[in-house]
Design a protein around this ligand. Structure first.
Ligand SMILES: Cc1cc2nc3c(=O)[nH]c(=O)nc-3n(C[C@H](O)[C@H](O)[C@H](O)COP(=O)(O)OP(=O)(O)OC[C@H]3O[C@@H](n4cnc5c(N)ncnc54)[C@H](O)[C@@H]3O)c2cc1C
Length: 390
């Protein structure tokens, strides 16, 4: 019944705003207003308050009608910012941020990782010190995807160094155009600088831009991180499409087909299909809120399969696989976007690092799903200020 409601709304949206003759931002704004941005969000916040699985039918119909997709221009905002804001944001924050985030008018970035805190992000050193109704932030973030385009950043910083590391952090929305924010490009193996270093020097953030309670930054960050895993590895594309579709296309174009290579392709195809079905099941079971460890299964399987598939594609290409258009540094307006097999191969190397490494995904699955003994964590209960660091 509720899926039918969403489909009826889609048909109305398409009739009122034909994608071929409507400006992309206007269309996306109308999609948000119709509650079809994230159907499981509350009404008035881009949703209809119905089960998240109905989004799949909405997206399929919109894709079929060639409606604009904002995701690729604001992947961090869509995949991670929006669920964090709707879960932890005040009414004012939800009202202010969600719509322009969805339309892509305001790009978001995630400011968690630091030079000394990646996998162990809870060990971070970036500081915010209270000054009346404001906070003053100093520190350095790194690997910040699309920071060069971002209007807003999701910032995790330490507000109480005397608490153990998970308890002394607070989460803020930071204005990336505020005085004292400096964004410098970091170049990747593809030649592009999708990500950046971000320096904060005495940046002022009003306390009203805090997301969640003081000292509760880890709980808010967990919502972001769990959604990040689903955003990276949880997509359910049509059977045989995406990377494995590219491998099949290259195989079909190959003149000399040998059984050993065919066998390798079949194995990869099975892996891709098992991942797709696992993600489909997780998507259908998912309820509203923070996704569980199934996001880590999808993220781990996606990352490892993607690397394998593109390595196979490069083998099929032979010498052509070494041809690459240009290594000149560019600062792209999309993340994870590739337009050649060679670039996909290079970009796929990052899949098992971004959003948490494959080793960390295995740790999460070992501890939270299989109930194995936990990783060694000697600093867990010590005040952060007493933890030895470089
Ligand atoms: C393309 C890309 C985009 C990114 N975008 C963002 C972004 O927008 N915002 C952001 O905040 N961050 C971003 N990151 C950073 C990313 O989250 C970190 O790189 C990642 O969490 C790993 O941290 P690290 O690089 O510091 O490696 P480290 O944590 O130093 O890890 C080094 C190695 O040690 C292993 N290791 C570490 N701890 C353990 C353990 N306990 N058990 C077993 N093995 C372990 C790791 O798996 C890894 O192989 C991005 C990274 C990439 C590659």
């Amino acid at each position: 019944m509720s899926e039918q409601l969403a489909i009826d709304r889609v048909e109305q949206l398409l009739a009122d705003h034909p994608p071929a003759s409507t400006d992309a931002k206007e269309f996306l704004g109308a999609q948000f207003d119709a509650g079809l941005a994230w159907v499981h969000f509350p009404e008035g916040r881009g949703g209809l308050g119905i089960e998240p699985s109905a989004q799949r039918a909405v997206n399929e119909r919109l894709r079929e009608a060639k409606a604009p997709e904002a995701y690729w221009h604001n992947p961090i905002g869509h995949g991670m910012g929006a669920p964090t804001i709707v879960t932890h944001g005040s009414d004012e924050q939800q009202e202010r941020y969600l719509r322009p985030l969805f339309t892509g008018e305001e790009v978001w970035c995630q400011l968690f990782s630091e030079p000394g805190a990646g996998s162990d992000v809870a060990g971070l050193s970036g500081r915010a010190v209270r000054d009346g109704d404001e906070w003053i932030v100093n520190g350095q973030k790194v690997w910040t995807t699309l920071a060069h385009l971002a209007r807003w950043g999701m910032l995790l910083v330490r507000t109480d160094p005397e608490q153990p590391k998970h308890r002394g952090m607070t989460y803020f929305v930071v204005d990336m155009q505020a005085p004292g924010v400096e964004v410098r490009p970091l170049r990747q193996i593809t030649g592009e600088a999708e990500f950046n270093e971000v320096y904060f020097t005495d940046v002022r953030i009003p306390d009203s831009e805090r997301l969640g309670d003081l000292g509760q930054g880890w709980a808010v960050a967990t919502t972001t991180l769990m959604n990040e895993r689903v955003a990276i590895g949880g997509a359910v594309s049509p059977r045989g499409s995406g990377p494995i579709g590219e491998a099949v296309r290259l195989w079909e174009a190959k003149a000399d087909k040998d059984p050993v290579t065919r066998d390798r392709l079949m194995q990869l195809w099975i892996d891709a299909e098992v991942n797709r079905l696992t993600n489909l099941r997780a998507q259908q079971n998912r309820s509203v809120g923070t996704p569980g460890p199934e996001g880590s299964v999808g993220k781990l399987a996606f990352a490892e399969a993607n690397k394998e598939i593109y390595a196979f594609c490069l083998d099929l290409l032979g010498a052509e696989g070494t041809l690459y258009s240009s290594y000149e540094m560019t600062r792209p307006d999309k993340a994870m976007f590739t337009d050649s097999t060679q670039k996909s191969f290079l970009r796929a190397r990052a899949n098992s690092i971004e959003g948490g490494t494959s080793e960390i995904m295995r740790n999460i699955l070992g501890e939270r799903v299989l109930g194995l003994p936990g990783d060694v964590r000697v600093d867990k209960d010590l005040p952060w200020s007493q933890v030895p660091r470089n």
